[in-house]
Design a protein around this ligand. Structure first.
Ligand code: MIG
Length: 682
């Protein structure tokens, strides 16, 4: 049951797609109070209660004990103390031990604070603005609450099947030769690869919808020849448009008032990679249509995937703030600063980037209504991505295009996925990425993954290998690294054969992973789930922070510490442990419910099959180069059963939008016929 409460005069965010009548009864599960900052919702929490959700945030699967802020920010230092990352994912479930659990979605695209028992241990407190919509969702189980929420916000984005292949990226591939080196590097080692990313360096002076002619003399030709080898090129699109008369995107934007405005009506200027830039007013439907239509130029050259970046929007500095701070700094030139003013000076310069006062200083034209950006801040990345997705629907209505964004808000999950931004090559960020996945899925974001190996800092061989062993289960499986860091393509490291085996296991798993992804998307289900969602009666399950259910059949328990040769794993029921050194070298063993220490060598993949469940494994050709090469005519099956195991297999062409109706999904049954032998029926 979903109850809707409206406060003030909220902006239409488009997050919810289901009509829910406004509730006439007063809110009972939470109390409400007006504060100087806005409206506050709060309720008590029992010691054993768990809070799930909030999407892309720091810390654990259970969000208790900290405050989280929804106010998208381009902060590349994801330390434990951070309260905000790139998204606004205002949905959580309070899972209560002794009372019915419920979900809360605060539809407010401005700054929202979730104090989940930080200030007061036993209190959940949410502070939104005066204009917001609150949805409270009651249901029979955690899965039921999550499912109702997903019905409210609509079907998640569905990526093309090739986007489930392994992908390589780096900020620093600057020309055609760099791209070829990567592809040859992988193919030369017999490792499949489905995409290579183009970061900002492919553009001409960081201008959106341009390609540098000197560095990419025959772009369309390169795109086509790569595609022949099964590799898709995926260019980045940044939010900021370079101020440069004569550059058509700039000229058209200015002429039609398509950019965000200052209070006085002039175009807001902030600096990002292109230098002085304007920001398309993607909250205005005409501007959105215009900006989206620009993607066509790249689609016409054979591009079929994009990543939208810098769309918090990131502003390195605004012209007016830089000027005022420069003046201040210059006025200090003659004095020898005391220590206090020295630190003040340093902070001033540090406060230039992504400053909230700048976000308060510019405006959108929301189809006739002037709205201050700060009030709708979290909608920007969402609507930039919506601009692209709506354009794809016009340009190539029958085809799926890969699309994901850095900044997002609930509602954007219908148009694209996200990656989790600028993490670092830290073991703690491997764990963080494991913990972010179920939280993101709860908010509807299914097509997601982190920068494998870590974006900032230098990756070590073992970190990359362990990260890949987890990354083979994330829908987006992309190795990405920052400019200036150690080169992170797997062939740059020792023991390439082990890397090859792990990536090939991913391709072997694709029939299962894709099937599970599609079923989750088409039924509003969860691809990644915390253990407690599947084992609600198990008292230990809610405490497990480093294991996940992946699809209907398996559980994973990734190793995320250096120099470990295994880890403790909790089994909420008897399971079949599958250990793989390669796709062909499999070892299975039944483990009993309870706690186990499981050895996991650095070059091994281990996962667990639930009882009564099974999964398909593709049999791969030695030379498989991409997803296209997977033979779908027959699979091997791994299952665990006393008598029968079942699996519902979804498959389609991976490209069109005509998804297979549920009545036609294939059910595969495995029947044990005497010790060690099985019959499989389809
Ligand atoms: O200011 O385009 O998160 O993935 O490589 C940095 C360069 C801008 C941030 C993205 C990252 C990308 C980088 N971008």
């Amino acid at each position: 049951m979903i109850s809707k409460y409206v406060f003030g005069q909220p902006v239409e965010t488009g997050a919810a797609v289901m009509e829910v009548p406004e509730c006439t009864q007063p809110l009972s599960l939470m109390q409400t109070e007006q504060t100087p900052e806005g409206v506050r919702f709060f309720c008590g929490m029992d010691r054993m209660d768990v809070v799930y959700g909030l999407g892309e945030q720091m810390r654990g699967i259970n969000k208790r004990g900290f405050s989280y802020i929804s106010y998208a920010t381009d902060d590349p230092v994801h330390t434990e103390s951070r309260h905000a990352l790139y998204g606004g994912h205002n949905f959580l479930i309070l899972s209560r031990r002794n009372l019915p659990s419920f979900g809360v979605f605060v539809d407010d695209p401005g700054r929202v604070v979730f104090d989940v028992g930080e200030t007061k241990l036993d209190r959940l407190e949410i502070t939104a603005s005066c204009d917001c919509v609150l949805y409270v969702i009651e249901g029979d189980s955690l899965n039921d609450i999550a499912g109702q929420f997903r019905k409210l916000v609509g079907r998640s984005y569905i990526a093309p099947k090739w986007a489930f292949g392994y992908q390589q990226s780096r900020w620093g591939y600057t020309n055609e030769a760099d791209v070829c080196t990567v592809v040859n590097g992988y193919h030369g080692c017999g490792i499949p690869l489905d995409a290579v990313y183009l970061d900002i360096d492919y553009m001409e002076n960081y201008k959106d919808f341009t390609v540098d002619r000197e560095r990419f003399p025959d772009f369309a030709g390169l795109v086509a020849s790569m595609k022949e080898q099964g590799v898709h090129l995926v260019p980045i699109i940044d939010a900021g448009v370079k101020v440069e008369p004569g550059y058509p995107v700039y000229d058209e934007g200015v002429a039609n008032n398509y950019f965000c405005k200052e209070e006085d009506g002039t175009d807001f200027t902030g600096a990002v990679w292109p230098g002085r830039s304007h920001f398309p007013d993607v909250l205005n439907s005409a501007a959105r249509e215009w900006f989206g239509s620009k993607y066509q130029w790249l689609i016409d050259q054979g591009i079929d995937g994009f990543w939208n970046d810098m769309n918090e929007p990131s502003v390195f500095y605004s012209e007016k703030r830089l000027k005022s701070i420069m003046d201040e700094v210059l006025s200090m030139k003659e004095e020898h600063p005391d220590m206090h003013s020295f630190w003040l000076l340093k902070d001033k310069l540090g406060s230039l980037a992504n400053n909230r006062d700048d976000y308060k200083s510019f405006y959108h034209n929301m189809d006739g209504v002037k709205v201050c950006h700060d009030k709708v801040h979290n909608l920007y990345g969402y609507h930039m991505t919506k601009a692209a997705a709506e354009a794809f629907d016009r340009i190539v209505p029958d085809r799926r295009i890969l699309l994901f964004s850095r900044s997002s808000y609930i509602g954007m999950h219908r148009y694209g996925g996200i990656w989790t931004g600028d993490n670092a090559s830290w073991w703690s960020h491997l764990l963080l990425s494991i913990q972010q996945m179920p939280s993101l899925n709860l908010c509807g974001i299914l097509y997601t993954g982190s920068d494998i190996g870590g974006f900032g800092c230098d990756a070590t061989q073992d970190l990359l290998m362990r990260w890949l062993e987890f990354g083979i289960f994330t829908p987006l499986m992309r190795n990405h690294a920052a400019f200036g860091t150690r080169e992170q393509e797997v062939y740059q490291f020792e023991n390439i054969g082990d890397f090859r085996n792990i990536i090939r296991i991913r391709y072997g798993l694709v029939p299962y992973l894709y099937s599970e992804y599609m079923k989750a998307a088409l039924t509003d289900g969860l691809y990644f789930r915390p253990l407690a969602f599947d084992y609600p009666a198990d008292a230990h399950a809610p405490k497990v922070e480093d294991q996940l259910m992946v699809g209907e059949s398996i559980m994973i328990a990734p190793v995320y510490t250096q120099n470990a040769d295994g880890r403790y794993v909790y089994l909420p029921q008897d399971m079949l442990m599958v250990r793989m050194k390669s796709l062909e070298e499999r070892h299975c063993e039944v483990l009993k419910k309870g706690h186990h220490y499981v050895d996991v060598a650095l070059n091994e993949v281990v996962f667990f099959v639930k009882k009564g469940c099974m999964l398909p494994m593709a049999v791969l050709d030695e030379n498989i180069k991409s997803i296209e090469g997977i033979d779908a005519s027959g699979y091997e099956w791994i299952g665990f059963a006393d008598d029968t195991a079942e699996y519902v297999l979804y498959d389609d062409d991976g490209l069109s939008k005509e998804y297979v109706p549920r009545s036609e999904w294939k059910k595969v049954t495995m029947v044990m016929a005497g010790a060690g032998t099985v019959n499989v029926r389809c």
